[in-house]
Design a protein around this ligand. Sequence first.
Ligand code: ADP
Length: 719
Amino acid sequence: MSRIASVLLPLPLPEAFDYAEPEGVELAVGDQVAAPLGPRLVRGVVTALREGAGGNRPLKVIEERLDCPALPPNTLEFVQWAARYSVDAPGAPLAIALRGMRAPRPRPQRRIELTGKAPARLTPARERVLAAAGQGAETAADLARAAGVSAGVVKGLIDEGALAVTVVEPELAFPEPDLARPAPPLNASQAAAADALKTMTDEAGFCAALLDGVTGSGKTEVYLELVRHVLAKDPTAQALILLPEIALTQAVIARIGERFGAPPGEWHSDVAPPARRKVWEAVVAGDCRIVVGARSALFLPFANLKLVVVDEEHDASYKQEEGFIYQGRDLAVLRARIEGAAVLLASATPSLESLRNAETGRYRWLRLAARHGTAQLPDIDLIDLRETPPQSGRWLAQPLVKAVGETLARGEQTLLFLNRRGYAPLVLCRACGERLCAPDTDSWLVEHRYSGRLVCHLTGYSMPKPERCPHCGAKDSLASIGPGVERVEEEARHLFPEARIAVFSSDTLFDAREARRMVEAMERGEIDILVATQAAAKGHNFPNLTLVGVVDADLGLRGGDLRAGERTYQLLAQATGRAGRRDRPGRAMLQTYAPEHPVMQALKAQDRDAFIAAEMEGRMFAGLPPFGRLGAVIVSGEDPRSLEAFVKDMAAAAPNAEGVDVYGPADAPLSLVRGRRRKRFLVRAERNVDLSAYLATWRARVKPTGSLRVVIDVDPYSF
Ligand code: ADP
């Protein structure tokens, strides 16, 4: 008798569908199958099998088992838990898990090469072909084009045996990491941390630790030693290292490759589809033992995952805010638990969530208090802009300008940090007061001078900068208000015309290779002043960088977000931490209108613990994370009236539950995006409440119709 197979499809459906097992095929959980859905066949994954023949209606029969690797049971379990946690359809994370599988395989490479056999006779045309051969031409036509001859000349040489077409199969294997390669000896505090971590992973399956060490303390060396240990102990073990905004952290990837004598599997949006397919297949086969990736690497089908490292664990880019919404740091812990693996979170400025878990003993807490070697943390000065304002139309105050000049004179490097892309964050019409926004969106258009365009950073909309105000039609009335990195660069060029100046932001670093070139130029001392957004605040070691100037330290503190203090502290501690990383002392200067603000005081005094204690107290008082749970329910629609009516219904349908408070609806922080109005409920729950279950119950009670949509964000980043 055939069995019933539950098949999960990578589609927004609430659950797996039942199908009949095909005649003569014995399916297993994890198998990829083609299942009929309406008129189509859809790739799905078998999540369960049971005896039976279905209910009254005969079940549709699975078309076939696909000839590709089965998803490991742990990966499937992870996908289902992740969906439950994020209150989303399980098909959403499944689609992410199958992404690598759907990419095309790397193709065999054809090449025309010299055989070494001399041709019967030589003509000038033939000589040109022989000279051009061996440069990677794939076809006779390509080679003929490269040599500027007709295809017949190439064909003649092939017929005579002077040239041969070879087919090179793509290299699919990942070389084994060399675990015996010599590494720099760890200093005493690194060794103590590494030993504690090794003991922890030896003794337990699932375990979690926070590696909390100041910038430059050598956390990377510690976790690479742990990777080595875990891989050496179990010959099939795999390790996953997550990095934030991976396109900008090529240097770390290179460092890992050097450390183990073989490049790791890379997984992020810059990896070409065939290379992704190669990683996906090698990970599921257990052949790729070290993966370095962005947050979505958590969904790879690991055969035997034993260690997950989340580097810069506090970083905002671990939060996926669109499509399947999740916090990568939390899912890393979930994945490790399911795999019985260790998870190590590393940061110089850990999130309050992780610090709380460390304080309460849920995570092992390892601290590195000092920089490696003789390097010292930089001295930090606050520049009170109320006392020493920059000249009108300028952004750098005199004390900072002076310090940059001195740094240049010493032949050292400066980082001018401003976390704002483009030239000016706002374009305002001086005639009518209009602030230019993207169509049907309430966020400002940012002026980009390099590209000559106005860009909406939220929706990606862009337009050439108009000559007339689109609102009132006045000519030459548009003013660029406020600074972005391009404007600071302009000022720096004006002040220091001799200096070599570069801009480092996601607009100037189109891809990983570009980012790497820029980092190398900085390392070789070919740049004197780097003007940068947070793209440069992370993970880089520039030995000759001794001054960091923060152009607008208050930037992240504006607006009512309760996480603003934590986030600003993290960003500025990271940015200022780029200064003085070797034997030369570093200095950082923060331009601020609020030098008395606790964030500025904590940075100046280098007293993180006091700042964290005060933040924690505030959160505890308000019952906010990490002391309580928080969820956001965002309801959006095109028609304001039906949206109003629907949020009223939603408010009425909110389940009553002990320890849960629902606030709202209020306008969402982005209240109008591409013509959709957005309202938000915030749900606060005590720690012992299953917030995901609560939100799932609520969602099930209301059915959005028409253009209305409900999106749930468990643990929203802003609140
Ligand atoms: P973190 O990740 O804590 O910011 P890194 O691991 O990047 O710090 O280390 C900072 C710098 O110190 C790097 O240049 C690194 O190569 C160097 N370093 C760290 N530990 C050692 C060690 N044990 N021996 C030699 N150099 C080290």
